[in-house]
Design a protein around this ligand. Sequence first.
Ligand code: CMP
Length: 138
Amino acid sequence: MMEQTLSIIKPDAVAKNVVGQILARFEEAGLRIAATKKIRLSRVDAEAFYAVHKDRPFFKDLVDFMISGPVVVSVLEGENAMAKNRELMGATNPKEAAPGTIRADFADSIDANAVHGSDSLENAAIEIAFFFPQREIY
Ligand code: CMP
């Protein structure tokens, strides 16, 4: 099924200068970059984006980390894009991420874990709309 999903390349991976390498992995896996931009999230943005986690103990550290530097947000499109992106990313905790995944190769810790990807199609639609008006998605 043709799908769209949201990807965020987090501040740690942007600082390591591996944005191009990560985007290339999406393209090599057959996903198309339908939209992309580099932005710096405000605290209000990051708290709203991660609102589902607001009662979790890691919420403040997560928000602090996500606003510590610019991020690259993209809409990825393709067959099974949501699941395919999650497979490419690997497990949330890089220590548990399979060899060859983005997090195994580029992430340092569960907070500085290089990338975020939507975890359902319903969330993908919400997350895409959070960053991109329809006219910026091609
Ligand atoms: P992400 O996919 O961006 O979604 C929420 C983020 O919270 C997650 O990646 C991790 O970077 C971060 N996080 C920190 N601690 C935890 C935890 N115990 N469980 C899940 N996510 C965590």
